[in-house]
Design a protein. Sequence first.
Length: 489
Amino acid sequence: MPSATRSISLLEIPAQGNALGTLASCTDKIVGLTGTLLGGYADDLFNTLYRLEARKMKERGYEWGSPGRTGFIQDYGVLETVTRIDPADNACSKAKTTVTVRRKPGASPLLFGEFLMQLCAFVFLEDISAELPPYEESFLSMPMDERMRIAYQALEEDIRAALKEHKGNRSVLSNMLNALLLYPDHPYGLGTIYGTEFDSELGRKVKFVIAETQDLPQDTLYAKERRLIEEIKSELAEGRRCQVYAVYTQKRDVTARLELILAREGIRTAVLRRNVPTDKREAWYAKKVKEGVQVVIAHPKLVETGLDLLDFPTILFYESGYSLHTLRQAARRSWRIGQKRRVRVKFMCYESTMQTSCLRLMGRKLLVALTMEGKFAGEGLQSIDDDDDMLAAMARELVEKNGIGDSADAIWKTLHQEHEKLFAASIQTSEIAAAEQLPVEMDSPQSLIESAVNMQPVLVFGQRPESLKSARRRSHQKLPEQPSLFGWN
């Protein structure tokens, strides 16, 4: 029976891991495709490696499940052991010692050498970057207005006190992260922030107050909003549409506020909502472009895969969130094959806030991810050493006020420098300038499909055109077999 090759999207299968394992066990060779290999931690690869190379994982002593994952992290990841010795109640009693072991972002170079080098072929857009326009990333930070700064610092102090009083309470950590990230962009309507803890006397969880937020006027344009308007108007003056990302889109809807303030400035704006089906979002964008929309606002997860936003060469992360996978995918939606204009990606945050800390940690995790993908550039492995997981790292910085490594601006400058080395686009400046002058109106997808259907038949892979068919075939010199890139026989 002749063999067949078929591409299957595991994103459409609920039990993705089981499906991948089943497919891998049914064939001698499998090619797995992924847009983002890992998110900054060594054990992000554990499940994938076990599905694709279970025998090798077992031979190295890694059993499936938590015990094997723990051993994998110990060998190839970064673990931090914290020993806390509480002061004794009196001189005669023994001090209480608590030992906590937790994983941290980072990975050993051995992981690349022992697993990925023989298993993976990394193909990125930089491999064809000579045909792509330049890609630019910039970090925009701005100071808060005085009234907001005072209100934010009061909120920060309350949360800091709650963290000290309720050490290790995950509800405090989670609420702390969201409140401090959201408040500067939505400084009203948050009300009282609560946490929960278990009460041994009542035998259930009870609520306690973490902080009271101060409501600021809703009709005021704040510093970050003014900067966003300034950046968008500057881009629109060059004929460049803008894609804006915000991550708080539900109960505290930042996208609705952004749509309102941009509309007041005469900017035609649309918001992509979750109720637009995945398979209809490309058509939704085409329709908005045809209607003359200049700015689209959306949660980055809604466009992180499957969409090419060629009509929006400028991307502004008004809020970045803290998912490295989502950030990496969403940032490149415009820098795709077919893009003719230079792509600009801008990350916005308030100075000396949790937003800055979040972007700093995201940048450091990105350096690790790039290193594990074969880009041994900068200090990807070493620089991550001082960082913890996102919640604990930002909580520790908030309590200790000692910062976490380099500044966010310095880290993203490093990433930009590494990007310039790796993505050395060589399109001539004159070609870019000409492309920047192209009209922003583009053919609709429907017209492109109709023109393609009405075209003359084209050469299809595996078929010979009538003009080239002949009874006599040319002889080909037999070439020596080459070793497989993946080590297959």
